[in-house]
Design a protein around this ligand. Structure first.
Ligand code: ADP
Length: 399
């Protein structure tokens, strides 16, 4: 086990104008599971390769424990890696595959045997030690690849999309297995994925990147409930947070309101307390964010104040059984802060997705009334996309 400290890490590939990684700084604690996540091309694999010593650093430092390892070869960094394409040796048994790193290091046979059995126990591979890879399932092969990495008892585990070759069901199973093994062994782990669900379910902390720049690093809950900007808000959560360009207004009784298109909602005291940045905002333009689960079919909840309701035409209902993803037509400028169309406004696509409960009877073509949890509205600066909520508290805790 070791800490990993990366300080102002930058990587410029020869063929590139823009750096693949810009001044990334992260401190990963001993035994921590840190996930690097972001869309394709955001620089997460590059970061991992720099930590692994597979690419040269352009600027900045990588430290493992107390040691700056920039000039150390990969094999001298006391790390182990598991990649998407984990090539096992097809002619060797599971036992021989796991033993391989120790065999080539010419360790004594008894020591190898004890280590293989120990790793096999951890990964529940004991019954499969005599098999060849061709006779294993995808998940079992993945576990053997992990075993081969684990047997070296590395200080740091680096994993790059290790589950992306598995089918959906196995991925779900393996992600909880890997997370449990990591917690049991407490090996400092850095895990790269483009999948926000993997990131949220596996990581102690999640570092979300975009175009080589770190956007936010924090616990999964904090990323979800207190996104630092509209990009984080859009990336974490499925369906994504609804984002609209909006105006702050005041009702006749001096209540702060937010208007987007033909809808107006209350900015409650609680929402205001969660967004101290609202006070320092210049002008009255904001981006308002509403999570789908904060919009419920009014027919399923008790009475709510009119200022907590929206009425809108239903364009589509996607029933998942447990939830009805209800697409409401909102005549407002929607904000899409993704890598493909940064900040693009698509008024004709003005849809607000609500997660209505299983008992909702609302159907496409109807006009639905929905209750919005106005305490949990999100607000962002329309100029910068930065959250106005730096000091907000996650739900359940009073602001
Ligand atoms: P990610 O893992 O997030 O998908 P990468 O770290 O692989 O992203 O890549 C980041 C950027 O660097 C991309 O624009 C990619 O095309 C570029 N890149 C990656 N490897 C190389 C390389 N060896 N030479 C030149 N450009 C590269």
């Amino acid at each position: 086990m070791s800490t990993v400290c990366i300080d102002k890490l930058t990587k410029r590939y020869d063929a590139q104008d823009e750096p693949a990684l810009r001044s990334l700084s992260l401190d990963i604690a001993e035994g921590e599971f840190l996930v690097l996540v972001g869309p394709s091309g955001c620089g997460k694999s590059t970061a991992l390769k720099l930590i692994a010593g597979l690419e040269d650093v352009s600027d900045g430092t990588v430290s493992i424990g107390e040691t700056v390892v920039n000039d150390y070869a990969s094999r001298d960094r006391d790390i182990a890696m598991v990649f998407q394409n984990y090539a096992l040796y097809p002619h060797m048994t599971v036992y021989e595959n796991i033993a391989f790193p120790m065999s080539i290091a010419r360790r004594p046979r008894a020591e190898i045997d004890a280590a293989v059995k120990d790793v096999a126990r951890t990964l529940q591979l004991e019954a499969l030690l005599g098999r060849k890879p061709a006779h294993l399932s995808g998940g079992q092969r993945q576990r053997v690849a992990m075993g081969r990495a684990l047997i070296r008892r590395p200080s740091v585990f680096l994993m790059d999309e290790p589950l992306s070759n598995l089918d959906a069901k196995l991925r779900v199973q393996m992600r909880s297995e890997i997370a449990q093994i990591q917690r049991r062994l407490k090996v400092t782990t850095i895990y790269v994925t483009h999948d926000q669900v993997e990131a949220m379910t596996m990581g102690d902390r999640v570092a979300l990147m975009r175009k080589g720049v770190l956007q936010q690093v924090d616990t999964p809950d904090t990323l979800y409930h207190r996104p630092a900007n509209t990009f984080v808000a859009s990336f974490i959560g499925s369906p994504a947070m609804n984002l609209f360009r909006a105006q702050l207004t005041q009702s006749e009784d001096a209540q702060m309101m937010v208007t987007f298109g033909d809808q107006t909602l209350a900015v409650t005291d609680r929402a205001r307390d969660r967004h101290p940045g609202l006070r320092t905002l210049t002008g009255d333009a904001v981006i308002v964010g509403i999570r789908p689960e904060d919009i419920e079919d009014a027919g399923l909840v008790g009475d709510a104040a009119p200022s907590w309701k929206i009425r809108a035409e239903v364009k589509l209902v996607e029933s998942l059984g447990s939830d009805h993803m209800t697409h409401l037509r909102i005549d407002a400028e929607q904000v899409f802060d993704t890598d493909d169309d940064t900040g693009d406004v698509a008024p004709d696509k003005s849809v607000c997705i609500a997660r209505f409960g299983a008992r909702s009877t609302v159907r496409a073509g109807q006009t639905a009334t929905a209750v919005v949890q106005c305490d949990w509205l999100h607000f962002f600066d329309p100029k910068t996309g930065e959250a106005l909520s730096k000091t907000a508290q996650p739900p359940g805790k009073d602001p």
